[in-house]
Design a protein around this ligand. Structure first.
Ligand code: CS2
Length: 491
């Protein structure tokens, strides 16, 4: 029987398997990462692994699971080691990653986590916690103090469960102990993620510890980043494949595509690993990259995910095999790119072609249902923002209206063949309540328009937009997603 992957067995991995080109234990922890999901391990941890091999330094990572304990336990049992399965059209390339020095769960190891968050050696606290964890108010763009978890943390700021609460507690202790400033690095798919993080952290501090705000302004950096790598959920088959390839049992492998991109604002006053050694790009303005990626890649993902899931297509590549959806994707990419400001050295047409090839990758089964989750958080930057701009410029809005109509159809919680599913959205309960028994397009829009912070009021008050969405939703409800897509893209 194969041994478990650990620091002691690493040397027994099959010859020819890519493995760390450095001695992991020789490097201390310099980064604490919140959100130990697959994406972090496919992206930032892999860049850090390469940077450690190229330039060394005390830049290993302590990974924190914010909610569950399972992943942290699995990784702790493996000394933080795991297999990254890079799946290209031509096969899979396994790589053993050692940049994660340890893994802990907030629920069970709070004291040890706080110690590392507040250690002077920790110079970066990075995050992949998903959009909803920032506690943003759709109305103000700042922290929403009325969200139950945020309100609970504000009431007991010494025992926080939310991201803003934990960060403010950390910063307070760092100031008190003289541990010094730190860089807070959001790696979530939010436009201007650095600004958003700064805003919610400052807003939380303003309520919980107002005298900390000035210290934050002087000692904490919030660089913006654009992160990209398609990372489907780990499956049982990945576990078996990782073991077959490496000859070691791994309870926590990660699968991803070969492509990856990371663009960062170079604002790290407390130091950083030389991630450029792994291909990261440091740019003075990250926003244009964020817009390109969020609107072209993520926006297309959401469009395909809602259309596909409702129509019974389980993966992104299956959606591309359906000609009407492929046509919708092409049109979406063309429309979106026409609305972007030019980005030096980048051709949006080439980017779109490359995206289509990535979505088609036959080795990757990226579930439409995985991408569908948290739509209330994902739709605003991906679809509503470019839609509002298109409306203001009097340029075509149909593709955004179609994506929106597909999402609204998804919110009914039942596929076209009658299979029910949980919406998996932080607003799931209120959406389900509002839509109970409602099946007419007009009624669906009116019911959801009454929910605070779900549909941007200005956009949905515009008659052209409302008519377009209502018309497409009506068509989807009577003829189905695919027939509607067909009609929409017919030359
Ligand atoms: C996807 C992203 O699940 C989703 O919402 O659109 O996770 C996407 O795969 C990544 O952002 C790719 O970098």
């Amino acid at each position: 029987m194969d041994k478990r992957l650990t620091a002691a067995t690493l040397a027994h991995a099959r010859p020819g398997i890519a493995r760390p080109r450095y001695t992991p234990s020789a490097h201390g922890i310099g980064i604490v990462h919140l959100g130990l999901g697959a994406f972090h391990r496919a992206h930032q941890a892999a860049y850090t692994d390469t940077a450690l091999a190229e330039a060394g330094g005390d830049w290993r990572i302590l990974g924190i699971s914010m909610r569950s304990t399972e992943t942290a336990t699995q990784l702790a049992d493996q000394d933080g080691l795991y297999t990254l399965l890079e799946r290209g059209a031509d096969g899979v390339r396994p790589r053993l990653i050692a940049s994660l020095a340890a893994a802990r769960a907030l629920r069970t190891e709070r004291a040890a986590i706080l110690r590392q968050l507040c250690a002077p050696a920790t110079r970066i606290i990075s995050l992949t916690v998903t959009e909803k964890a920032y506690g943003i108010s759709a109305q103000s763009g700042g922290l929403d103090p009325d969200l139950p978890e945020i309100a609970a943390d504000l009431a007991t700021p010494d025992n926080p469960a939310t991201v803003p609460g934990l960060l403010v507690q950390t910063l307070r202790q760092r100031r008190e102990t003289g541990a010094g400033g730190v860089t807070l690095l959001s790696c979530d798919n939010l436009p201007e993620n650095g600004h958003v993080l700064r805003r919610v952290v400052r807003d939380f501090a303003q309520e919980a510890a107002p005298d900390l705000v000035g210290w934050i302004d002087d000692h904490v950096a919030f660089p913006a980043t654009m992160v990209d790598r398609i990372t489907p959920q780990t499956t049982k088959a990945d576990l078996a494949e990782a073991q077959a390839l490496c000859g070691l049992r791994d309870a926590a492998p990660v699968q991803c595509e070969p492509f990856s991109q990371w663009v960062l604002e170079d604002d790290f006053p407390h130091g950083r690993p030389p991630w450029e050694a792994a291909g990261a790009i440091f740019a003075s303005r990250v926003i244009p990259y964020e817009h390109m990626k969020l609107r072209m890649l993520n926006g297309s993902h959401s469009l395909l995910a809602y259309a596909g899931h409702v129509a019974g297509l389980e993966t992104v590549s299956a959606c591309l095999d359906a000609p009407p959806l492929r046509a919708c994707l092409t049109r979406h990419l063309t429309t979106v790119s026409a609305g972007l400001s030019p980005l030096l050295g980048l051709d949006y047409g080439d980017y779109a072609q490359a995206l289509i090839a990535r979505f088609e990758n036959p080795s990757i089964a990226h579930a439409t249902y995985q991408i569908s989750m948290d739509g209330s958080q994902k739709m605003p930057p991906r679809i509503f923002a470019p839609a509002a701009e298109a409306l203001a410029r009097d340029t075509p809005i149909q593709t955004y209206a179609f994506a929106t109509a597909c999402w609204l159809r998804y919110l009914l919680g039942e596929t076209e063949s009658g299979t029910g599913y949980p919406l998996r959205d932080p607003k799931e309960a209120e959406i389900a309540r509002a839509l109970s028994g409602t099946r007419r397009a007009e009624d669906i829009l009116s019911a959801l328009a009454n929910l605070p912070g779900l549909l941007p009021p200005e956009l949905f008050a515009a008659p052209d937009w409302r008519d377009a969405v209502t018309g497409l939703l009506r068509s989807i409800l009577s003829d189905g997603v695919i027939r509607t897509a067909e009609r929409l893209t017919r030359p």
